[in-house]
Design a protein around this ligand. Sequence first.
Ligand code: GLP
Length: 263
Amino acid sequence: MKVIVCENAAAVGRVSADLVAADIKAKEGKYVLGLATGSTPLPLYGELIARHRAGELCFANVTSFNLDEYYPIAPNHDQSYYYFMWLNLFAHINICLRRTNVLNGLATDPKAECKAYEKRIKAEGGIDLQVLGIGGNGHIAFNEPGSGPKSRTRVVKLDEKTRKDNSRFFNNKIEDVPTHALSMGIGTIFEARKNILLATGGYKGEAIVSSVLEPPTPKVPASLLQDHPDVAFLIDTDCAKAFLAKTNDGKKLPKGVTLEIVQ
Ligand code: GLP
């Protein structure tokens, strides 16, 4: 596992865009990109859009799969992850909309929807690179604490903490935040060839400490990524404070963890 500390959120966006762009360019033919929502990946999406507009990056061969979606929620609801992706990325790049996959928040049979999603990922040859954020409680996608390493795409009940954290997007009304979601599982995420997890701000500091420095446990879902063969955590200096304090500025890192500071 690589931990890459960048100066600020904009730098996390630039460095993660470098990784995504290089991976897309390195692969001939079709490319499968896993996408995340939330405020953290916005600088990354801004960079990808800018590079596309500058003629440096083409999405014509890209198929995307999003990590999760609230349930129930209409795709045209302004807080649906489908709407988020369209607004913040898909509308501004040359990705073919038919090749963008977001779980259907109005599926009449949500279990069947999740099964079909897994099948679609497999049919596309698996995910080349998955972008991840992290929740304050260590969740990835909507895999709340307790989610096992073998979990697959499924219906999940949201933690009260997550609903409270996300109520800021619902006019601070927790009762308007859906109680459930459809989410790729940890096992699904683990099968991506590369994973990059982005985290910015001091609020995520403790979640990064327990995900990187403590033994992997389903209590902190992001910690289960420690066993992934190609995973990088890109964090900004605010988020890195707690981590750097615990590791004595990187001198006491667990085996298998490397630290890079990007100036
Ligand atoms: C939601 C999403 C996660 C995301 C998290 C953090 O719960 N399901 O995929 O990582 O929010 O969001 P933010 O980046 O806004 O802090």
